[in-house]
Ligand binder design. Structure first.
Ligand SMILES: [Zn+2]
Length: 226
C-alpha cells in the first residue's frame, strides 16, 4: 500500500483548521504527508498592516512552521491571488503534476458539493473552487492522455467543510497538538485564547460519539473497469 497523504487547501491555515488532528494519527501509522496551498492568503491578515509582499512572506513562513510541526515532507505553494481562484486548466494541470509526483493514497480537501452558501467563511469562493479543481484533477491524474506523466489513481478523498459528512475521526489524542500547530498562523489571530475556545467547541459538535472529532465526506474512488 502506498502510504502517502496529500492535503490541499486554498489558504495558509485551511489545512490546520480542517484535518491536522486526523493526519497526526495517520502520520503515526507511517504515512508521508504533503501539502498544497493554492493561494498566498495575502488578503487575510489580522495583525498590523503590512505591504502585500510582506504579508505573502509572513503567511508562507507561518504555513511552513505549521507544516514542520506536523512533520510534513514538503509544502507546494501555487502562489495564486487570494480570493480570485478559478477552477481552470492551469490549476488542474498543476494539481495533476503534484498528484502524479507524490502518488497519494488519500487526498484531503474542501467538499466541492457543499453549496449551502450559509457561511461566507466556509463557503468562500477559493474553498469552493479548490475542492472542485481537486475533484477534477483526481480524475485527470488517473487518465493516461490528459496531462503528461504516469497516471496515478488516488483511493480516497477526505472532503472537509462538508454538509454531508459520513465519517468522523476521533481526535481526542491529537487535539492539543492540533491547536499548537494552528497557533503558528499568528497573523490570523489577535487573541488565540478565544480561537482555542472556539475551535474546541466547533470540533465537539460534529458528533456526540466523540468529545472532539474532525468530520468528512469520504469518497472512495472506484475503478469502474480494469
Ligand atoms: Zn481558507
Amino acid at each position: 500500500m502506498n502510504k502517502t497523504l496529500l492535503a490541499i487547501g486554498a489558504h495558509p491555515d485551511d489545512i490546520e483548521f480542517s484535518c491536522t488532528g486526523t493526519m497526526l494519527k495517520l502520520k503515526k501509522q507511517g504515512y508521508d504527508i504533503y501539502y498544497i496551498v493554492a493561494t498566498n492568503g495575502e488578503h487575510g491578515f489580522k495583525i498590523a498592516d503590512k505591504p502585500k509582499e510582506q504579508r505573502i512572506k509572513v503567511r508562507h513562513k507561518e504555513q511552513l512552521n505549521a507544516a514542520k510541526k506536523l512533520g510534513v515532507e514538503k509544502v507546494f505553494f501555487f502562489g495564486y491571488r487570494d480570493g480570485f481562484l478559478k477552477n481552470n486548466d492551469e490549476l488542474r494541470k498543476k494539481l495533476v503534476k503534484i498528484i502524479k509526483l507524490v502518488k497519494p493514497e488519500i487526498i484531503f480537501t474542501f467538499d466541492p458539493a457543499n453549496k449551502t452558501f450559509d457561511n461566507i467563511n466556509l463557503n468562500h469562493r477559493d474553498h469552493r473552487y479548490i475542492g472542485e479543481a481537486v475533484f477534477d484533477a483526481v480524475f485527470a491524474a488517473k487518465n493516461k492522455y490528459m496531462y503528461p506523466g504516469e497516471p496515478h489513481k488516488t483511493d480516497y478523498l477526505y472532503l472537509f467543510g462538508s454538509d454531508k459528512c459520513n465519517y468522523y475521526e476521533d481526535i481526542a489524542s491529537t487535539i492539543e497538538q492540533k491547536i499548537e500547530i494552528l497557533r503558528e498562523h499568528k497573523s490570523q489571530f489577535n487573541d488565540f485564547d478565544k480561537v482555542e475556545e472556539w475551535i474546541k467547541t466547533y470540533l465537539s459538535k460534529f458528533t456526540k460519539k466523540y468529545k472532539y472529532s474532525e468530520a468528512y465526506r469520504v469518497v472512495q474512488i472506484e475503478q469502474m473497469f480494469k
